[in-house]
Design a protein around this ligand. Structure first.
Ligand SMILES: [Fe+2]
Length: 297
């Protein structure tokens, strides 16, 4: 890895996800797949994850926390949420994402599409509703941002609200020292520019693949699925239980689904390659059930 290439500190996007898996090892869950936040988690543990992180992962978080300012997020939203780059159906977008090939480690010969199919198939095997399966299939499609030349730290990474104080549980918190929002009086307090209990819909999150796919899909999936898309990387809330003061009752209700989705996001990747030919008809039908033939990206 070259540290000079500040857009790509990670060898591939999975390096960030591997780090998440180290930090959040597969927990016990109840029969419905819902997980509780572990109240036993000690502050010390975070420091160990940070100390043990690969230099590439560390550099990735440094850049993310340095650059994800309130103004940066506004600029990216303005640029990408006009969604005038491409028109693609869901399967077309999956194939487009599949052209994202990086210098992955040699023992994974699985593509982005394989990973998404594995996630969806596990949700299907567990007997969840069809919209849940479809949400699993599309949840990382926002990573096509990388194919537009966006830096890794503006595509993936644990997300967090901008415009207010950063919660202590955010990993590599010390790297916020280099974020200019630190000196902005409006953003410094716990609530910053927001009101207590204002609801996450009124809160601006750090920019990445989650918000992008949410915006693309927002007219087509049930609200539970949309929450999964929009907040699946919001680890400070769904894993650490932070930011309750920005949530309203609907958010709290819907975060049960975000937490139900998380194990499929983190723990379903295996080396077994899904049989594309066999699965395609099922997914063609499923996509057609919810999405129009073309979406704006
Ligand atoms: Fe993701």
């Amino acid at each position: 890895m070259s540290m000079n290439d500040s857009n790509k500190p990670l060898a591939d996007l999975e390096e960030w996800e591997d780090f998440l898996k180290e930090r959040y090892p597969e927990p016990q869950s109840d029969s419905k797949g819902f997980q509780a936040i572990d109240p036993e988690k000690k502050k010390e543990q975070f420091r160990n994850y940070e100390a043990d992180a690969r230099p590439s992962v560390r550099e990735f978080y440094r850049l993310n926390h340095h650059h994800q300012t309130y103004d940066f997020v506004q600029a990216k939203r303005k640029d990408f949420l006009s969604r005038n780059r491409r028109e693609m159906g869901v399967w077309e977008a999956l194939e487009y994402l599949n052209t994202l090939v990086d210098d992955s480690d040699p023992d994974t010969d699985l593509s982005q599409l394989d990973h998404l199919l594995q996630t969806a198939e596990q949700i299907r095997r567990d007997g969840h509703p069809r919209w849940f399966i479809l949400t699993g299939l599309v949840h990382d499609l926002g990573k096509i941002l990388c194919l537009y030349g966006e830096p890794q730290w503006a595509v993936v990474g644990d997300t967090f609200p901008v415009g207010c104080a950063w919660a202590p549980s955010i990993v590599f918190h010390k790297f916020f020292e280099d974020n200019v929002d630190r000196d902005e009086p409006r953003y410094k307090s716990r609530l910053g520019i927001y009101e207590e209990g204002c609801g996450l819909d009124n809160v601006c999150m750090s920019w990445g693949h989650d918000e992008y796919i949410y915006q693309v899909a927002k007219d087509y999936l049930p609200e539970e699925g949309l929450y999964m898309l929009r907040y699946h990387s919001f680890y400070p809330a769904h894993k650490e239980g932070d930011y309750g003061y920005l949530m309203n009752d609907k958010d709290r209700e819907m975060f049960k689904w975000v937490r139900a989705f998380n194990p499929y996001d983190l723990y379903t990747k295996s080396h077994e390659k899904p049989n594309l030919k066999e699965l395609r008809p099922f997914y063609d039908d499923l996509i057609k059930e919810y999405f129009p033939a073309k979406l704006r990206w």
